[in-house]
Design a protein around this ligand. Structure first.
Ligand code: S3P
Length: 171
């Protein structure tokens, strides 16, 4: 089994919202690796960071992604930092990966105060900018397609993703 499509991108790119819409439109299941991690840990991501540390979260995330790439046949959204892991990047080879690109202004607006996102605490805009700058090349390296989400509604982004999926993955 292999996911229909894997969505990557920073926090605020709309992976979860768009992923759900695409899944619904094509009659597939949706899975978010953050959700899988939370289910397995029995607590929210923010609590895992506080109680157990980021390293523990990353290990849980690596395992969740590896399992989902084998067990999940629908739309899969990865947590924003999942692609930083070398093993995860290797496992993504051969999958249909779409990078949902978002600029600072739209991302900051979408995450609001970022209270459920431990990596943003303290300085939401500054942290998002740093994450976008650092990670964009990594997202680009694992993705076959990039969908620019700035200024688009979630429905518009979802229909672009859907077109790529139904097209069989050609740009
Ligand atoms: C993270 C993104 C979050 C979540 C965790 C760390 C990151 O997922 O996995 O807070 O490192 O960018 P979303 O991208 O779904 O918000």
């Amino acid at each position: 089994m292999s996911p229909l499509v894997v969505l990557v991108g920073t926090m605020g790119a709309g992976k979860t919202t768009v992923g759900r819409l695409v899944a619904e439109a094509v009659g597939a299941d949706f899975l978010d690796t953050d959700h899988l991690v939370e289910e397995r840990a029995g607590k929210p991501v923010a609590e895992i960071f506080v109680d157990d540390g980021e390293q523990t979260f990353r290990a849980l995330e690596r395992a969740a992604v590896a399992d989902a790439l084998v067990d999940h046949s629908g739309v899969l959204a990865l947590g924003g930092g999942a692609v930083l892991d070398t093993e995860t990047r290797r496992l993504l080879h051969g999958h249909r990966v779409i990078f949902l690109r978002v600029g600072l202004a739209d991302a900051a607006q979408r995450v609001g105060l970022g209270v459920s996102r431990p990596l943003l605490l303290g300085n939401v805009r500054g942290r998002i900018k740093q994450l976008i700058d650092e990670r964009t090349p990594v997202y680009e390296s694992v993705a076959q397609h990039t969908v620019d989400t700035d200024g688009l509604s979630v429905d518009e982004v979802a229909s672009r993703v859907r077109a790529l999926v139904q097209d069989g993955g050609h740009d």
